[in-house]
Unconditional design. Structure first.
Length: 300
């Protein structure tokens, strides 16, 4: 295999990881909310969009560092208010009702942002510490010649992996995570034991929104910041959740990077790239109707 081909494949893999990183960050919050609360949240793309809008405005006003600090907390508070003010009334309603009400909320958020900031794309400049390139040939021994990759896209990949690890650690190694996992199996028993599981579930919804805010901060400079970006990101992100298995965090991570790779390796074939995520979904669901890690009964 020639050095040029190795370099090309390496760059395609990196691009696949970067594309997958955005989907994973959005789908992670989406599947966390569904797996815990059983709510199909079609407003999650709007939360990503809201995070991106807040990030670009805070970054332009007082600096990108403040955006990293402020945006997650704002989205966390917004998620809690959203759950307490609307979502909790739909826990025992059919999934179709949940989809309709959250999709309507997404439209409202989109139109409000369009009214405030206009319909045009807002330029989102990367911070100085994230701009430029990384000379990959200096770090990867099997590359030949000059091979560079944008630094910000590497940061996005790193943030995605760190966020996934953080969510996994929270759910697996903390008392809060133990209560949440027990509440997912039998919330009534937790209530009988005197645990306020509803409060914990509210916090989980806030965490899902917080993750969407992180996605908006680091994904905004790569995608775009306009009133349509939420809807554009929602469909592939929801497909990630479906392919991975509804409510499965490992499935969402695997499916996100799988779709990223599929998009990257079909970049030269525009006609195929437009439909590749749907083709992957069809193939996976034909073989695994409940998704890669789906469990029986989640959507029943």
């Amino acid at each position: 295999m020639s050095g040029q081909l190795i370099n090309q494949i390496f760059l395609q893999v990196m691009t696949g990881l970067q594309l997958g990183a955005i989907y994973v960050l959005i789908a992670l919050g989406l599947t966390l909310i569904f797996g815990t609360l059983g709510v199909v949240n079609f407003a999650h793309g709007a939360l990503y969009m809201l995070g991106a809008y807040l990030a670009v405005n805070i970054a332009n006003s007082i600096g990108f560092g403040w955006a990293i600090v402020v945006v997650p907390f704002v989205l966390f508070a917004f998620g809690i208010a959203m759950e307490r003010g609307l979502i909790r009334f739909f826990y025992n309603r059919p999934h179709t009702d949940q989809i309709l009400v959250t999709f309507g909320l997404a439209i409202v958020i989109q139109e409000v942002l369009k009214w405030i900031f206009g319909a045009n794309n807002l330029p989102f400049s990367m911070p100085s510490w994230g701009s430029g390139i990384v000379r990959m040939h200096e770090w990867v021994p099997f590359l030949e010649g000059f091979v560079a990759y944008p630094k910000w896209r590497l940061i996005l990949i790193a943030v995605s992996f760190a966020t996934v690890f953080g969510v996994f650690a929270l759910l697996q190694f903390t008392r809060f995570g133990l209560i949440i996992r027990a509440g997912m199996r039998d919330p009534d028993m937790m209530k009988f034991l005197g645990v306020n599981i509803s409060r914990r579930f509210t916090i989980v919804f806030g965490l899902g929104a917080l993750i969407a805010g992180i996605a908006g901060i680091f994904g905004g400079p790569v995608t775009q910041v306009d009133p349509e970006v939420g809807m554009h990101m929602l469909v592939p992100s929801f497909l990630v959740v479906v392919i991975g298995g509804m409510g499965s965090i490992p499935g969402a991570v695997l499916a996100g990077f799988l779709l990223g790779m599929a998009l990257s390796f079909t970049a030269e074939y525009a006609a195929i790239q437009q439909i590749i995520i749907y083709l992957v979904a069809v193939v996976v669901l034909l073989v695994r109707p409940r998704g890669l890690f789906g469990q029986k009964g989640l959507m029943e």
